[in-house]
Design a protein around this ligand. Structure first.
Ligand code: AMP
Length: 281
């Protein structure tokens, strides 16, 4: 069936209820739009699980800091609708900001220790804003499964934690990072990179590959590996973090293991770049 469009909460509730009455499970893919193959992989995962798949497209103002890129975040709702349909989505929901943050609404989710490091440390509004909007969306859509990309690994982990902490009957599914052929992690923000910055932006992936290479050759000392990798970092990119962390606790490790993840965050001319991956994977 062709993908449908809605922006009204009561219409969304009605469509989802009809599908539940037909015994369909509901899969949910929240996005900020300007869709690419990474988003499409989440939609495809939901479709392949047999769900009726709801995709939200909402640039959430409350997860951006005052000097961040809310205004300039790329947007193209017509293209999003088409790409969502092409990936097998059933319903694209463009929430109205006034429905999500009704007059008088004031309650927000307070994240815990998992949000204190990485992007949580450098972008203090980001994870509280994400958790609050995702909780609102979960309560509206009531999905059986919700799909998130490992590209934003910390976001995935804190949302999975929130679902468990609040006894939500929702399976939070993590999906692998989709990359360009040269390894560059896809992101809506990449469109803001100038052609001559593209190669520099690939630094994050190169560093992940170098970390894997050195781990493969026997390096187990996190501090030593961090020092070697930091020495390779080009001065044109502002490094925010380069850390080795446990994939569940997100605590820093001193002895590297195959499932240790390297996490990278940076800014290139104001464009936020993040990437991560396991040392063996
Ligand atoms: P965003 O629109 O950037 O907020 O992302 C919406 C969802 O798509 C999040 O769960 C992201 O982790 C996921 N996502 C974004 N980029 C990728 C990618 N390259 N590969 C896989 N998932 C992604």
């Amino acid at each position: 069936m062709a993908v449908r469009l809605c922006s009204n909460v009561s219409e969304l509730l009605e469509i989802v209820k009809q599908q539940r009455d037909r015994n369909r499970t509901i899969g949910f893919v929240p996005t900020m739009g300007f869709l690419h193959k990474g988003h499409q992989s989440l939609i495809e995962a939901s479709r392949n699980h047999g769900n009726f798949t709801v995709v939200s497209v909402f640039v959430n103002p409350n997860q951006f800091g005052p000097n961040e890129d809310f205004e300039t975040y790329p947007r193209d709702s017509e293209r999003d609708f088409e790409l969502c349909g092409a990936a097998g989505g059933d319903l694209v929901w463009f929430p109205d900001v006034n429905d999500i943050y009704q007059e008088g609404s004031e309650t927000a989710v307070v994240p815990g220790a998992l949000s204190e490091c990485l992007c949580g440390a450098s972008r203090p509004r980001f994870l509280p804003g994400v958790l609050t909007v995702v909780l609102k969306f979960f309560n509206i859509v009531c999905p059986d499964l919700a799909y998130f990309g490992e590209k934003d690994f910390q976001q995935f982990v804190v949302i999975r934690r929130m679902a468990a902490d609040f006894f939500m009957d929702i399976k939070v599914v993590g999906c692998p990072t989709v990359r360009e052929p040269d390894g560059f992690a896809m992101s809506s923000r990449n469109v803001r990179l100038k052609p001559d910055q593209r190669d520099l932006a690939l630094t994050l992936y190169r560093i992940i590959m170098k970390a894997r290479d050195m781990f493969g050759k026997g390096e187990r000392d996190a501090a030593a590996l961090k020092e070697s990798l930091t020495a390779l970092w080009p001065s044109e990119i502002d490094l925010d973090y380069l850390d080795f962390r446990n994939p569940v606790s997100l605590q820093q490790v001193s002895v590297l293991a195959p499932d240790t993840r390297i996490f990278l965050g940076a800014w290139l001319d104001g464009v936020r770049l993040i990437d991560n991956g396991p040392l063996v994977g």
